[in-house]
Design a binder for this molecule. Structure first.
Ligand code: G3P
Ligand code: MG
Length: 252
């Protein structure tokens, strides 16, 4: 059914979304971060998911392991048995030393057990956009089967990843991530059947937000850490804010 542009369909997600679990307060994309975000009252979190060499979806922002683990090289080149042995917390602080990387399944089960929402950013290893999108769609369908409440919001900077997610899970909502309002951004989002556009907060304009809403899509922004930026975006009617500052902003 075609949506009425003047009344975007009901939006089931909270306004506030904790970036990578708990922003920078805990090691990003680990279960510890999701627990800490939840302790700050956040009912929705964003995470970055990619495929291991043996097809397990796990959380890692970068292509490579060095910044956020004690491993080396491409994260997607290792099987989960090797990834699961890494320390994904020691780089952050001694308190989190030994914290393992998380599978998407572990984080999904944490969210489902708490009645929380999840935004799964599809973050493919190089050359794996479509396959990763397909895998995320399949896995999210499996994990949320029969769950009460809203399904996860799948997002990506890579249209090919969103096309993969649509192929395996057309029923799951998709959001196009943008670093800038590049040429054709709204047509790309509409062409992929997205329900939302998620842009770097510095590049949203009042006019772009109005156009997005007129097209029947929701507007979200990342990564918003300053009160002045929150105020500006909210004056323009932003639907969702992804933040690191779970300690500063009280969620809805
Ligand atoms: O999904 C929003 C945000 O996480 C996108 O940027 O680089 O933090 O994954 P990045
Ligand atoms: Mg992300």
């Amino acid at each position: 059914m075609k949506s009425d542009p003047s009344t975007p369909s009901a939006w089931p997600y909270p306004h506030w979304i904790a970036h990578r679990g708990a922003g920078r307060l805990a090691p990003e994309n680990t279960l510890a971060a999701f627990r800490l975000g939840a302790q700050h009252g956040y009912r929705m979190a964003e995470c970055d998911a990619k495929l291991s060499a043996d097809g397990v979806l796990f959380l890692l922002h970068d292509d490579t392991l060095e910044r956020t683990t004690n491993g080396q090289g491409l994260g997607g080149a290792l099987p989960w048995a090797a990834l699961s042995q890494l320390d994904a917390g020691g780089w952050h602080s001694r308190a989190y030393a030994g914290e393992p990387p998380a599978t998407l399944e572990a984080v999904a089960r944490h969210c489902l057990a708490n009645g929380h929402h999840l935004n799964i950013e599809i973050k493919p290893s190089p050359g794996q956009a479509h396959a990763t999108g397909e895998a995320v769609g399949r896995e999210a369908t499996r994990l949320w089967a029969g769950a009460a409440g809203a399904p996860p919001l799948l997002s990506s900077f890579e249209p090919e990843a969103l096309a993969g997610a649509r192929a395996s899970a057309p029923q799951l909502p998709r959001g196009l991530l943008l670093e800038t309002l590049c040429d054709g951004w709204l047509d790309t989002a509409l062409g992929l059947g997205c329900v939302a556009v998620i842009c770097d907060h510095e590049h949203w304009t009042a006019e772009a937000m109005a156009r997005t809403r007129q097209a029947g899509l929701r507007t979200l922004a990342y990564t918003v850490n300053e009160p002045a930026d929150v105020a500006r975006l909210e004056a323009w009617g932003i639907d969702g804010i992804i933040t690191d500052r779970v300690d500063l902003f009280a969620p809805d």
